[in-house]
Design a protein around this ligand. Sequence first.
Ligand SMILES: CC(C)(COP(=O)(O)OP(=O)(O)OC[C@H]1O[C@@H](n2cnc3c(N)ncnc32)[C@H](O)[C@@H]1OP(=O)(O)O)[C@@H](O)C(=O)NCCC(=O)NCCS
Length: 167
Amino acid sequence: MSHALAMPVINSRIEAETSADAEGVEALVMGAFGPGRFAKTAERLREGSQPTAGFVARRDGRVIGSVRLWPILAGDTPALFLGPIAVDANRRSDGLGADLVEACLDHARSLGAAVGGVLLVGDRAYFERFGFVPAPDAVLPGPVDRRRILWLATRVEQVAGPVRIAR
Ligand SMILES: CC(C)(COP(=O)(O)OP(=O)(O)OC[C@H]1O[C@@H](n2cnc3c(N)ncnc32)[C@H](O)[C@@H]1OP(=O)(O)O)[C@@H](O)C(=O)NCCC(=O)NCCS
């Protein structure tokens, strides 16, 4: 995976994903979301694309937390699309989800002017603690509850217009 060299360890619990994590990530994400995830509009921004970066939490050699970032254009703004994010059901509420999100935000900031911010589709109740705000004018490639489209600006305050894979 091209992002294996992307980032150093951000704290003692989060590391850059490597190609050896692929199976563990797949099992974790499938357990959290089920096969229905492939029908989601968010998947349209991932299929056929390659992650810019991925981060994992491992315990005893097993992947217990995962998140990926994908290159997109939000309107005219180069950005990163965050997801899926999942933590093993037996390891939740211990801050791992927050550590994974923070790893993503650190990575986005490390890219400087190359990206304007981070976009995701998710629960505002969870993501607002990190500074995500609604981005109702971003238009995803399929049906989505627009209240769940969230943006965290690293360089560009707001985004509007079609969201698509950056190639
Ligand atoms: C969302 C998820 C990654 C959070 O992981 P985590 O390691 O438990 O996260 P944290 O420890 O940083 O935060 C846990 C807190 O967030 C809360 N929380 C979790 N999901 C939430 C949601 N969708 N909305 C609001 N609050 C949420 C938990 O209740 C918990 O609160 P507490 O600290 O008062 O107990 C994890 O719950 C998960 O894998 N869920 C299934 C996959 C999923 O739905 N992912 C996308 C979310 S939109």
